[in-house]
Design a protein around this ligand. Structure first.
Ligand code: IVH
Length: 675
């Protein structure tokens, strides 16, 4: 029976409403109400309906979160209400000075005074405009008056509602808040950038700001930005306080930071600040202080703004995470691309809750800039969770006999002369048989995101290179059990497992092989993008730089690097050998999203994880199981199908044994999933 247009329209609306509810429960409330499989089915139904009847697509449809085409550039937008910054206070004296200032400006004692304390999230401020309840515009702060229109990117943030949860929405609502990256995601992005030899983001704030300004919203969607709302502008007399605004934002479907507090005195504000100075370390995102706002909106109105900040609020900042320590020596590491990275070996210091013994010095230029001498006292900084770095030298504390540090002229791993390509800050070993480069390339090849070869880690790679059993990644596929058992502490069984793991890596798809090749600037995301357009090694090898650059997300530098790589004979030979060995040098990447994968080998099975797994973090193992259609629960019961066991398993193992539930190692689990 054919459905009428109004029935179809109704069905689309119904699906949208259900999907919105489920998505809000998942991303905002952190309390899922719908099975993934159900969500996927409803989503697909809506998608199909909209494909067949494009007139049914509405801007608030969950299918509209990721745009198809990258933008050429961003449009400028004027903020109707300027997006001010905040004044800073670094200690209680400055906080009290602020309090005295606004009181003086007001000229009378306020009634019912209260301060709202909020955590100051280290992200990037954005402004959202909703018309009749539907998100129509997202903009960056810019200079506070003019920002950039980033609506398509903002729509990829799952915790931002595309439609407000209001029955009778006012014509215009302005919401402001902080777009940010959780520390987990931030670390992943930086790991990826380092793999692709891009400089890491210094902190989550820069990473969030950089991500928001990506022209391709598909890349933004991958980056998993999150959002906390903190300002609400709406013409309504019922809203009289900041506290009410936060509550209302929550009701409208936004994520509002739960750690807010209404304080009656400055003493209470200071206690809140002190309390969070330690507790903030347990948060999954970065905060750099506390924002104190007067609660009364009437006071906001009366106090107004200075040139650049509201008089009714102040940011109380935590001291930066920097400490001085002495540089004992400088060592130089050689990476898989031959880049020499100088690393300062430090007198151990406590920094941001961990002991720091080493800090990166980046490259030769940085050392010259710092005028670094061995024995110098340096300021070391840890931004977010990334590797600590030396930010400054204190020359006044330099011992009289201190020698300046010189970058070596020869590679510390192979002894060959190093090169300093003109215009580049990096010093490189260009000896293609340098053992350090080979070791790095092999480790990269076996990495989880590349060919994912279990059991071939740093130690084994070291031995394989030292004994000259392997001179290129292609040699891995010729290793025999007989050769491996001759290595230190290698039994027959482990040797066989390793040979098997290497053999099963032949099944890995082409984009992973491409990533594994370790071409400069080609991280795992770029490798997938390239493989989508060039579904075989031959096609990519034949492409000219323009064709490579035409892939969205791929810039001229990456294109030149890929093009150059395929112009070298040795590299072409390597590809031929890999193809002969049976690796996949063609094929279009399959998205790993559960909604699209046909392959759900663990569907209907329930897993429990205990102990620490050799390679995967708990969350990663959980995600893999869920992506393969399985379910993960916290405790063993008769409904459990398998217990995944790592080191130091707890009582769950005893219980599983009692119930006769089979156990799996990480490797066995991965095998079930199929890689
Ligand atoms: S209120 C008109 N509240 O801190 C005042 N800002 O250093 C608007 N920030 O530009 C800001 N968390 O990017 C406010 N709970 C919070 C905040 C917050 C982080 C950021 C925001 C602002 C910057 C000022």
């Amino acid at each position: 029976m054919k459905q009428s247009n109004s029935e179809l329209q109704q069905r689309a609306e119904q699906l949208r409403r259900q999907l919105q509810e489920a998505s809000h429960a998942y991303y905002v409330l952190d309390h899922p109400i719908m099975e993934d499989a159900v969500y996927d089915r409803l989503y697909r139904e809506l998608e199909q309906l909209e494909t067949e009847h494009p007139e049914l697509i509405s801007p608030d449809s969950p299918t509209q979160r990721v745009g198809e085409k990258p933008a050429d550039r961003f449009q400028s937008v004027q903020h109707n209400i300027p997006l001010y910054s905040l004044e800073n206070a670094f200690d209680t004296r400055e906080l009290e000075a602020w309090d005295a200032r606004w009181r003086r400006h007001l000229g009378e004692e306020p009634e019912n005074l209260a301060y709202i304390c909020e955590l100051k999230i280290d992200g990037s401020a954005i402004a959202l405009t909703y018309e009749n309840g539907v998100l129509v515009r997202g903009a960056t702060r810019g200079d506070g008056v003019t920002g950039e229109e980033i609506t398509q990117n903002v729509k990829t943030i799952r915790s931002i509602p595309l439609k407000l949860k209001l029955d009778d929405p006012p014509p215009v609502v302005e919401v402001r808040g902080e777009a940010f990256l959780s520390l987990d995601v931030f670390e992943n992005i930086n790991r990826e950038r380092q793999e692709a030899e891009n400089p890491p983001f210094a902190n989550p704030r820069n990473a969030a700001a950089g991500t928001l300004r990506q022209l391709d919203s598909r890349i933004v969607a991958d980056r998993q930005l999150d959002f906390f709302a903190y300002t609400l502008h709406l013409d309504s007399a019922e809203l009289t306080s900041q506290w009410d605004c936060l509550e209302r934002l929550r009701e409208m479907g936004f994520k509002v930071n739960p750690n807010r507090k209404c304080c009656q005195s400055l003493q209470e504000v200071e206690d809140y600040f002190d309390d969070w100075e330690t507790r903030r370390r347990d948060l999954p995102y970065m905060t750099d202080g506390v924002v104190v706002k007067l609660n009364s909106l009437e006071l906001h109105e009366r106090l107004g703004f200075t040139q650049k900040a509201p008089r009714w609020a102040i940011a109380l900042k935590y001291p930066a995470e920097e400490v001085p320590t002495r540089i004992v020596s400088v060592t130089v590491q050689v990476g898989r691309t031959g880049a020499l990275t100088p690393v300062a070996e430090l007198e151990p210091v406590q920094l941001a809750g961990t002991t720091v013994k080493r800090a990166t010095l980046h490259n030769k230029d940085r050392i010259t800039e710092l005028d670094l001498h061995i024995g110098d006292t340096a300021i070391v900084r840890k931004a977010g969770e990334i590797i600590p770095e030396v930010v400054q030298i204190l020359p006044d504390l330099r011992p009289p006999d201190a020698e300046p540090f010189q970058m070596p002229t020869h590679c510390p791993a192979c002894g060959e002369t190093v090169a300093q390509p003109p215009g580049e800050a990096v010093t490189r070993c260009i000896n293609s048989s340098c053992p350090a480069i080979l070791r790095g390339s092999l480790e990269h090849w076996c990495d989880r995101k590349a060919l994912d070869i279990d059991g071939v880690g740093e130690k084994l790679v070291g031995q394989l290179v030292e004994r000259e059993l392997v001179r290129s990644v292609a040699d891995l596929y010729e290793l025999s059990v007989e050769e491996l058992v001759k290595l230190e502490r290698m039994g027959e069984k482990s040797a066989r497992n390793i040979v098997d793991a290497i053999a099963s890596s032949k099944k890995q798809p082409w984009h992973r092989v491409l990533y594994g090749l370790g071409i400069r600037h080609v991280g795992s995301v770029n490798a997938e993008l390239l493989a989508e357009t060039f579904p075989s090694c031959d096609r990519l090898a034949a492409a000219d730089p323009d064709a490579i650059e035409s892939v969205s997300g791929i810039g001229p530098e990456i294109a030149a690097s890929v093009f150059g790589w395929f112009r070298r004979d040795a590299n072409i030979k390597l590809c031929d050998r890999l193809k002969d060995a049976g690796l996949q040098l063609s094929g279009v990447p399959q998205k790993s999203k559960p909604s699209e994968s046909q392959n759900r080998p663990l569907a209907g099975q329930t897993f429990v994880i205990t102990g620490s797994l050799p390679n995967l973090k708990r969350d990663e193992a959980k995600a893999k199981i869920q992506n393969a259609g399985g379910k993960v629960t916290g405790s063993v019961s008769s409904k459990t199908n398998y217990l995944v066991v790592g080191d130091d398993p707890g009582s769950k193992l005893d219980k599983a044994e009692k119930l006769g539930i089979p156990t799996l190692s990480e490797a066995e689990l991965l095998e079930m999933i199929g890689g």
